[in-house]
Design a protein around this ligand. Structure first.
Ligand code: XIL
Length: 312
């Protein structure tokens, strides 16, 4: 029975997983290395992880993941350069002029994307810029620099690593809705202005039984702009505990997501946000929910694993 990555490789597609660097040994490391052809650091490349105190850097976990990926013939999705969350306190709590903010952002991108130049195949340059109604999220960056922070960030990322594919990534943009339409209008305008942008990331933190019916149509409209589309953080959560019926529904949902992506040639593939329920953010963030990944807490493959296998 071939591993997922062999099936994905044969189709030129991504089957990725978010990983925690400290766990990349034993069974966790074996599965991460054997089954997936791309890795995304779940937290290790976020600003708060890499520069906890101003000017004091910790690249250990990020380096470990990039080294592991190279040792296993895997590509890396860098996540993420510019976001409103998981920033260091010194940055969040500081008072900055627009010029200072711009300098901080540009220097951060130059440093981090520059450090991994040639080793990160795609960057989530800007993460979660929109509100649900399609307006811009009021963040440190938007409030200080206006919407131009996005073009500035993309331009800085291109300069730092010209070969990396540059993405804007968000959640609740899987179906056609106000938020995904705002993202569509943004990337269309960026492309028209010649701002470097290669793709959009659809996080796909989904709820059991709620794969948007317009997923494939939405992927297609971005592809029609000449952009790549990646499913970047796929998980499908359920009310705990899982049972046979829920796990069967989850498998059908995973298959539907994979099939929608595979139906569009510019959909590069899918990354799951943790491959095991023991390494998923869901129970901490959505109390009472979980079992969202393709392997259970004991690394046993679930029906969802089989569904991904069958789709690839
Ligand atoms: C999550 C991580 O998985 C958790 O470990 C952390 O505590 C919070 O962030 N959207 C994103 C990811 O872009 O970076 C988030 O990751 C999940 C939601």
């Amino acid at each position: 029975d071939p591993p997922l990555r062999d099936l994905a490789d044969a189709k030129g597609k991504v089957i990725g997983t978010a990983v925690t660097g400290s766990r990349l040994t034993g069974t966790y490391g074996e599965i991460a290395g054997a089954q997936f052809n791309w890795l995304t650091p779940g937290n290790a490349m976020k600003w708060g992880s890499v520069e906890p105190a101003r000017g004091s850097f910790d690249w250990a976990e990020a380096d470990r993941i990039v080294d592991f990926a190279e040792a296993h013939g895997q590509e890396v999705r860098g996540h993420t350069l510019v976001w409103h969350s998981q920033n260091p306190n010194w940055l969040t709590n500081g008072t900055w002029t627009p010029a200072q903010l711009s300098r901080l952002m540009n220097d951060h991108i130059a440093l981090e994307a520059g450090r991994y130049k040639g080793r990160v195949a795609a960057w989530d340059v800007v993460n979660e810029p929109f509100n649900e109604d399609g307006s811009y999220r009021q963040t440190l960056w938007y409030n200080g620099l206006g919407v131009d922070y996005i073009a500035q960030a993309l331009t800085a990322a291109r300069a730092a690593d010209p070969d990396a594919k540059l993405y804007i990534n968000d959640y609740n943009v899987e179906g056609v809705n106000a938020k995904s339409t705002a993202l569509y209008n943004l990337v269309r305008d960026l492309k028209a202005r010649g701002v470097p942008i290669d793709g959009v990331g659809l996080q796909a933190h989904l709820i059991l039984g709620q794969v948007p019916s317009t997923l494939q149509q939405n992927i297609q409209r971005f592809a029609d702009l000449g952009l790549d589309v990646a499913i970047t953080e796929l998980d499908i959560r359920m009310q705990l505990p899982p049972d046979t019926a829920k796990l069967a529904q989850q498998a059908a949902d995973y298959k539907a997501v994979m099939n929608a992506c595979l139906a569009v040639s510019r959909c590069t593939g899918a990354t799951v946000w943790g491959f095991t329920d023991s390494d998923s953010w869901i129970p901490d963030t959505f109390p009472g929910q979980g079992a969202a990944t393709p392997y259970d807490e004991n690394y046993a493959p679930k029906p969802a694993y089989r569904a991904i296998h069958e789709a690839l």
